[in-house]
Write a protein that binds this ligand. Structure first.
Ligand code: SF4
Length: 424
């Protein structure tokens, strides 16, 4: 750490010092370590994640304040977002992950399969609406050929050479490589040559064998997920990182998961961001079949802690912490901006995975609406590309206004209109 950074990391405002003094000594020690720019351990992370109970209000307040100051040191007042479109090319999947409310069988009503030409049509629509990224994921259709993935990338790049393709979870890469009889390295290198720009680090769920056994019968092991992600980074494909929490997991799993992501990042530098994903229980067979032993998603306190403690554990390693508005809704997403979050993700245009699992919030938020949310929190909206290069800073102008692609059931910004004084 250089001298200036050392000085910055030693400056603790009086208000924060008061919060640290009021916190329990174990929590205060850990937070001081983070404030002085030092890495906190996995055990430290577990202590912070365990501050869930009501009697630990002072500890939680100190954690939130430290997450916020670390975010401020790293990102200032800027809050980023990307204009993108989510395209799920199929929801047909026979993998039978127990938590999944998205997959359908071929004969089910609502099952869908898109040919590459249909995906290109949707990508073109996104481009015409100012999108710079398509985020593409799908189920593992039993009949699909391994070369579908490369054909999809080639078709989009032929029509839209400048569109960034952010696609295929490690589970899909595993499936495509097996179907193509290629090593992960060869499969991924070929996708990169075809034009794949980056990968979603989904299918991580919780990187713990026992938890994965309950969630997915461990069909994609934690080791396999890590191997594919490390290989992707190694061949030059960056990825996001995710954690899906609030089901059969505990704070110790969260800390171990985040610590593992940090170790991978130290070696590869390939993660662009962390996106905590709340488990949506409403249509999830895992919850519906085991309502007494599976939690219905994280509590509000756990959501707050997940974003804050992730910021603290990943400080200096993964500095973009994204909130998923599709999981939490616009109002909660805005609240997260004071708890360590600096990114609101994408406009998505028509997200369907969260909605299939029962989330009420999916579909689309326009760039203009994201700017409104960010400004209402007193921050400066910045449009970025997928790999966090700045495209535009909306200090004194607004983004292009577009009508949402699909008619929405409700206005996601209603919460701002109910309290007009916060909307300025
Ligand atoms: S999580 Fe993915 S792989 Fe598992 S059943 Fe659902 S769509 Fe299939």
């Amino acid at each position: 750490m250089n001298k200036l950074n050392q000085e910055v990391s030693r400056y603790i405002p009086a208000e924060l010092q008061n919060l640290l003094d009021a916190a329990s000594s174990s929590v205060s020690q850990i937070l001081n370590k983070a404030l002085f720019g030092n890495e906190i351990s996995e055990d430290d992370g577990t202590v912070l994640f365990n501050c869930r109970d009501n009697e630990k209000v002072t500890d939680r307040t100190a954690i939130f304040a430290v997450a916020d100051i670390l975010r401020q040191r790293s990102k200032g007042d800027y809050v980023t977002f990307v204009v993108n479109r989510n395209i799920n090319f199929t929801n047909i999947c026979y993998m039978g992950c127990r938590f999944c409310g998205f997959a359908k069988r071929k004969e089910d009503s609502g099952s869908e399969w898109l040919e590459p030409s249909q995906v290109v049509e949707r990508a073109q629509q996104a481009w015409d609406r100012g999108g710079t990224e398509v985020c593409i994921q799908g189920g593992l259709h039993p009949k699909m050929e391994g070369n579908y993935y490369r054909e999809l990338v080639l078709a989009i790049k032929a029509a839209l050479p400048d569109m960034h393709i952010h696609a295929f979870s490690p589970f899909e890469v595993w499936y495509g490589a097996v179907k193509s009889k290629l090593s992960y390295r060869d499969f991924l290198s070929d996708l990169k040559d075809c034009g794949l720009g980056s990968m979603p680090g989904t299918a991580a769920e919780i990187l713990d064998t026992e938890v994965r056994q309950k969630l997915t019968k461990n069909k994609l092991s934690a080791d396999c997920w890590e191997e594919i992600i490390r290989t992707a980074h190694d061949v030059g494909i960056p990825s996001t990182a995710t954690i899906m929490y609030g089901h059969v997991d505990e704070p110790k799993h969260w800390a171990a998961h985040i610590a593992l992501l940090r170790e991978i990042q130290k070696d590869t530098g390939g993660f662009t961001e962390l996106v905590p994903l709340s488990f949506v229980h409403t249509d999830s067979p895992l919850f519906l079949n085991n309502p007494n032993s599976v939690r219905p998603g994280p509590t509000d306190h756990e959501v707050d802690l997940m974003h804050s403690v992730s910021r603290i554990m990943l400080n200096g390693f993964i500095d973009n912490i994204q909130v998923s508005w599709t999981k939490l809704g616009a109002e909660r997403a805005r609240n997260m901006l004071s708890l360590g979050v600096n990114d609101l993700g994408g406009t998505l245009m028509n997200e369907s995975i969260s909605r299939s699992a029962g989330s009420k919030h999916g579909q689309e938020i326009t760039a203009a609406e994201l700017c409104e949310i960010i400004r209402s929190a007193g921050r400066i909206p910045v449009r970025r590309n997928t790999i966090y290069k700045t495209i535009d800073i909306y200090k004194d102008h607004d983004p292009m206004d577009v009508v949402p692609l699909v008619e929405r059931e409700s206005d996601p910004l209603n919460f701002l209109k109910m309290f007009p004084e916060t909307a300025e």
